[in-house]
Design a binder for this molecule. Structure first.
Ligand code: ATP
Length: 730
């Protein structure tokens, strides 16, 4: 491909139609260069074939809208695209070395296309397009407006004239649906007998056990009680599960007091792994729940009314194989009075829309999650968008007074706002104190520092003018945290400059030796040795009970160390790492693959739900050899979530990958004893503060950051995930 083939449009001489054809030619080159996806180009081409009269700008809009969806945006933010030009477009680069020159050319070509049009041109063309329904509205428009179906055009132009947003129609409908359902639930404030509720609340949060004068966990319960929709957000270990169990106890306590039947409560999480983890922490929270001080005739009865089983959101909704549609939807809603979704940051806009549609009208919906974690892999960042008031509180004076009544403590002044503070803020609670990591503990310190972009306080973070400067100065603090004696945070600098060409020239056997430095090798060998030693000691002929116990032990040891990668592909992507780690472990006799895909000790990650095998996306299993009758066979051991083992034939596992290393995205919803995160050598759009924060917060006891240079670390801290959406509605 030549430079010329990717150059800019000639807007003047040609007719619009032939410009359209030329744009598609360019788009093909852009997709070959990795700037956009093939799908984006093909979509624009499809429309052009159907409607050859489409103008260049309409085709460009289709192309960029599709490309934006591919990067997780719900819509194309036209103003941001025009303002940021290349920066915005750079988000689509898949860090694939060797592509960069072509990519730069493609990027320059696209930039020229963008610079040829002003916002007015976009608005004019899109408003007049047969492909676009126009739903532009004034920012002040009522959020209670009924859902307008916007005809049947495949695209919808929404937002405002200053910030127009172009949607593929279905994404626009998802947003409308979610907004409408949330607004409806927030407006339907249930009747509360404040005095008796206050007594129950005081019983669950006795004064002497409160960590600080104003207990945010208690406030979260109080806020959620008065609404059919609420959000509880907070970092790891801030007590989201503990709080929601108390909230559910309160709701059932109110039922008991009023001699009503128990509420039907359903608990869900987006992945099997997250559901399994929530199952464990629910069990722990229930055990710790002290109901003795509750003003009820038989307080212990309350515990029997609390749910213990968590399912995936897909299972809850009744997913159908190979279908986007669920068993439960508007015509066949869930039988539930309360639905709680944990790890809600991982729920994408499509799944959230399916969920809210499946709720009966009076059902309460509570979302829990860490707003600062990476958003869902699919389009949308629903929790992050809905949590935009969480830091500041923004409670109206009447809500602050209500909280003071119920919690017998004043809401700190900085969190109280004016009468017209947004409705969403009144149902959002942020838990601000970590009980798992010692406050001031090194991992917690590191996570907070990264989360604030290197600034000392949240207020400074919000006001930061130069994120790069803050991020650079944060590195000295990170080094100081790691340098403390016995620090659970470790920094490991590793040269990662090996180019793809060099890798190709290196034989497989010498490659690992040259690529992993001694310190990294030592880290990996120490990390994997305990579980691989247990695999080697696994007795293939043991009785089933002993066998299961040994397998459970191996799975627990496997979770003690996990390497996380920032990207999938490239020199230091997860796929390459897994291959090289296998080679390293084989050289040290810790595994014996002998050229086979399946071998004892191979850890595998489920990449899709498999309902037949009852295995969920995110489940991790370990391959083990065992004796069956007279022959040795391989079986993969997965936890069954109830303290037992599910043994699966390797040949039945179609959607698995080796997981010595996994991506940070896949690690969401999981925790590991020692977590090591590897950042690649050069900055890329995928290296963001949210990614680093998510990686750090997977660590329970130790965290190691493997990185090449300070610059990549600084740019990772400075760069934020920004996803376009129209959730300014609630
Ligand atoms: N108010 C509290 N006082 C003392 N300990 C608490 C309190 N709240 C929570 N904890 C403890 O802190 C730990 C973390 O709590 P919990 O699991 O509820 O947090 P979480 O926010 O749900 O965590 P995760 O990050 O795993 O989602 C638990 O051991 C819990 O018992």
């Amino acid at each position: 491909m030549t430079t010329q083939s990717m150059t800019a449009p000639n807007m003047t001489a040609q007719s619009e139609t032939s410009n359209g054809a030329r744009l598609l030619q360019q788009a093909q080159a852009w997709s070959q260069a990795g700037l956009i996806r093939k799908l984006d180009w093909m979509l624009a081409q499809f429309f052009y074939r159907q409607l050859p009269e489409l103008t260049e700008l309409e085709l460009l809009a289709i192309l960029l809208c599709s490309e934006a969806n591919g990067r997780g945006h719900v819509c194309l933010d036209i103003a941001a695209t025009l303002a940021q030009g290349t920066n915005q477009a750079q988000g689509s680069i898949q860090t694939q070395p060797g592509r960069s020159e072509l990519w730069q050319q493609a990027d320059a070509g696209l930039k020229q296309y963008l610079s040829a049009y002003r916002m007015q041109d976009w608005l004019q063309v899109l408003q007049g397009s047969s492909l676009v329904s126009c739903q532009l509205h004034d920012q002040q428009a009522s959020s209670n407006a009924p859902l307008v179906l916007a005809g049947s055009a495949p695209f919808v132009l929404a937002g405002t004239a200053h910030q127009p947003l172009l949607y593929m129609r279905r994404y626009w409908q998802y947003e409308q649906l979610i907004g409408r359902e949330i607004t409806r639930r927030m407006q339907a404030v249930p009747e509360l007998a404040v005095a008796s509720v206050g007594a129950l609340l005081q019983g669950l949060f006795p004064q002497h056990k409160r960590a600080m004068p104003f207990d945010w966990q208690m406030a979260a319960c109080a806020l959620a009680l008065r609404s059919r929709f609420a959000i509880i957000t907070g970092g790891p270990g801030t007590g989201k599960t503990t709080t929601v169990i108390k909230l559910l106890a309160l709701l059932q306590g109110i039922q008991l007091t009023g001699q009503q039947k128990p509420l039907q409560i359903l608990l869900a999480a987006p992945t099997g792994k997250a559901a399994a983890r929530l199952n464990e922490s629910i069990a722990q929270s229930l055990q710790q729940l002290d109901v003795s001080a509750l003003p009820l005739p038989e307080p212990e009865q309350l515990k029997a009314w609390l749910p213990t089983q968590v399912q995936t959101v897909h299972r809850l909704l009744g997913a159908r194989p190979d279908s986007r549609h669920f068993k439960h939807q508007r015509q066949n809603p869930l039988a539930a009075d309360v639905v709680v979704v944990d790890e809600a940051s991982m729920v994408d806009v499509e799944l959230m829309a399916a969920l809210v549609q499946a709720l009966p009208a009076n059902c309460r919906l509570y979302l829990l999650g860490d707003k600062d974690q990476l958003a869902s892999v699919e389009a949308g960042s629903v929790l992050g968008d809905l949590c935009r008031f969480a830091e500041a509180g923004n409670y109206r004076p009447d809500i602050a007074a209500y909280l003071q009544d119920l919690c017998a403590a004043r809401v700190p002044e900085q969190f109280v706002a004016t009468e017209d503070a947004p409705a969403l803020a009144q149902v959002t609670a942020m838990l601000r104190h970590s009980y798992r990591f010692k406050e001031g503990g090194a991992i917690h310190q590191l996570a907070s520092l990264v989360n604030r972009g290197g600034t000392a306080t949240e207020v400074e973070a919000a006001a930061a003018m130069d994120p790069s400067e803050n991020a650079r100065s944060a590195i000295a603090v990170i080094k100081a945290i790691a340098a403390k004696q016995d620090s659970p945070v470790q920094l490991l600098q590793q040269s990662m400059s090996t180019s793809v060409g060099a890798v190709a020239r290196t034989t497989a056997s010498t490659f690992a030796a040259t690529s992993f430095g001694d310190a990294l090798k030592a880290l990996l060998l120490t990390g994997y040795r305990p579980y691989l030693t247990a695999v080697a000691e696994f007795d293939p002929a043991a009785e089933p009970v002993q066998r299961n116990q040994a397998a459970l032990q191996i799975l627990a040891l496997q979770r003690d160390f996990q390497l996380l990668g920032a990207v999938r592909e490239g020199d230091w992507g997860v796929q390459g790492l897994n291959t090289r780690i296998e080679q390293l472990l084989a050289r040290h006799d810790l595994i014996k693959p002998q050229g086979q895909a399946w071998y004892p000790g191979r850890p595998v990650l489920m990449t899709r739900n498999d309902y037949h095998l009852q295995l969920m996306n995110g489940d991790i299993g370990v391959c083990l050899a065992m004796q069956e009758q007279d022959s040795m066979v391989l079986r993969v051991a997965f936890s069954d979530g109830e303290g037992g083992i599910r043994w699966v034939l390797p040949s039945r596992l179609h959607s698995v990958e080796t997981v010595f290393a996994m991506t940070v995205h896949k690690s969401q919803g999981s925790e590991f004893g020692h977590t090591a995160l590897l950042l690649p050598a050069s900055s890329s759009p995928v290296l963001t503060r949210e990614l680093l924060y998510t990686g750090i917060t997977r660590a329970k006891t130790r965290f190691t950051l493997i990185y090449d240079n300070d610059a990549v670390l600084a740019s990772t801290i400075a760069q934020r995930v920004q996803r376009a959406s129209g959730f300014a509605l609630v």
